[in-house]
Write a protein that binds this ligand. Sequence first.
Ligand code: SF4
Length: 457
Amino acid sequence: MVAVYNHPEAGRLAALGLFALQHRGQESAGVATHDGERLYLHKGPGLVSEVFAGNDWSGLRGNVAIGHVRYSTAGGTAPYNAQPLRANYRGGEMAVAHNGNLTNAEELARLLEANGAIFQSTTDSELLVHLIAQNRGGDFQDALVKSLPKLHGAYSTVLLHNNEIFAVKDPFGFRPLCLGRLGEGWVVASESCALDIMGATFLRELKPGEGICLRNGGPEKFQAVEAASPAAACVFELIYYSRPDSHAAGKSIYQYRVRLGEELAREAPATADVVVPVPDSSNPAAMGYARQSGIPLEMGLMRSHYIGRTFITPGQGARVERVKMKFNPVRELLQGKRVVLVDDSVVRGTTARKIVGLVRDAGAREVHFRITAPPWRHPCCYGIDTPDEELLIANRMDPEEMRKHFGVESLAFISMDGLMRAVPPTMQYCTTCFTGRYPDGRPRVSNTSAKKAAAAT
Ligand code: SF4
């Protein structure tokens, strides 16, 4: 998700920013701009490079823009769910791009429908559009501030209203959102790596509950919604989801992942010949494990860069096929070796089993499987697509059963203490998927339920 304010090529720059954020969603992409008179929108299914294949920016006029790449956790993959979502209402035109997942989507949809709302998509992100449109009196910012307390769950959101841009973060700050400077203009993005590609300078991360309005030449800060205490930034962003060249609390995500590997090597040493990452997301952690243990690092698995993230591929069948297309072992590095295989997480266990199988088939003598996330036992309802509890392997098997299931000599997950030692101590985290402690204290809504709820709208 990106926003660009006060730049003559806002539409083009927003699309450029989306290239850097492609890892956050590969189902659809889009950019909306405004030239002070009307809103322009270009979006569609596919990668950013596909949606903007023509490199023709003439249809995206104006010096303000917002952009989005979609990864469906609620509402499914239908083309009408591509964002930004656009709406005309009595206050003008707006476009919305949302990262995260709302946990009260079903309840809100029923209330809005009772007030006459007709939904054009099945994504929970549209709920905010209707809440704003149904607000009477006041300006757009008033309507936004009155609407946000009705949303529960995770939302880092950018909105385009006429030629103003708003950026808001939910009370817990689940998903990242940062502000940058670009010459005379300003940029907002889900991760700092998007600022780099746009040539912007990182200024700061938005605080939980904070709102920023970009108008009259610069940012005006406002309290979008009351901040929760403690906050709950998604710790999985640091383990896997964010790009390693993005930043959190003053350091690159890469550095935290190296620390995760070092912690894991201290907690779960192995006697082995090589440390091999499951590329690319586990490369820094494997480097940390190798450094701490003194075992040489080898890139024993190669990854095709033309295949997307398996974690965010909808559908189990497609996910399994993609593993085979995505990884290939370098036999010479693995044959006869005792291998420490480092991965960032195990959710269903299907992908992990296949990857271990590849390493075994390539002739590894022993495999010691090390995971830089604790066992994943609870579904995420804040924007990372995970199956219901009974499908999570850590709930179906004890550690010894998992070890046998994967076919490895030893298996170890980082501990919660180890994880907390590796990530920045200045931040407060959501760890729900590992601990079952839901920060908003509300009844858990699984992704499956959230999907059904949003689809029911
Ligand atoms: S439940 Fe896990 S994946 Fe979801 S927001 Fe919390 S830490 Fe992140």
